[in-house]
Design a protein around this ligand. Sequence first.
Ligand SMILES: [Zn+2]
Length: 291
Amino acid sequence: MDENVAVALARRLLKDANVTAAPVDVEALALSLGFHVSRKELEEGEAGITFERRGKKHICVNQKDSLLRQRFTILHEIAHHVLKLPSKHGEKVPSNELERFTGRPPEEVLCDIFAAECLVPWELIQPLAEEKDFTLEHLAELAEQFQASRSCIASRFAQASNDHLAFVVAEDGVVKYSIVSKALKESRVWISKDIPLPRNSAAAKAFNSGISGLHEADSDGLDWSNSDDARRFACYEQAIYYAPAKQTQSILIFEELDERPVSTGYRSSRDDDDGLLDELDGYPGWSKPRY
Ligand SMILES: [Zn+2]
């Protein structure tokens, strides 16, 4: 079982259930597989339980959790069933595990991938990722529309976009999860896991401040990636820090640097000018203003 199989099975489930609009009706999806969903007050730190009673399958989620969390929990439990991956957490899903990346078994991560594919279907997010800019503001709108968490939306957006984008989650100042867009991958730029956040990144500043909040920063491609090709990029970052989980989420927009041709043709056309200085626009060559 790998990621591609998990994704393919999620897409098949959506197709069979005829899902064509957001937010996805997660309970209808569960019911299509014979799961009855209920809510009740579970113990602190318990996201959900799956069990069978009198031949019927049940998923019970913690009503104290947010609606978004409940939706994700239901899909995560469905994933164990569809992917036929026995749960590593027993019948109870600990709530501090879902959508976190530190020290989780691969089976659990695959179930999260399946859940994300169901919650934010490719066919729905792909046109939106083409149309909208990758900003925290737009991600918040999409989170509302899909009834999914920001990290789930951001990952899906980066996967679906044609631009040079990445989404990075770090815990305790160390990169735990990164997803780069297809265009960035094709430019041979990647972001490694288990490395400390770049010192001048917005995420590092946010983490070091110790206070939940939003930060922004400009950096170089090489700050984020040890790939040689990263030197061709500048990077703009918006990061948000959630202190209780010591987690930062960064959205990264890579801009290919202007490679000014140093051709003699260009030079000579300027050499016979009137002796005035080049026009100054207030920006060094590569650092174009961003709109
Ligand atoms: Zn699980």
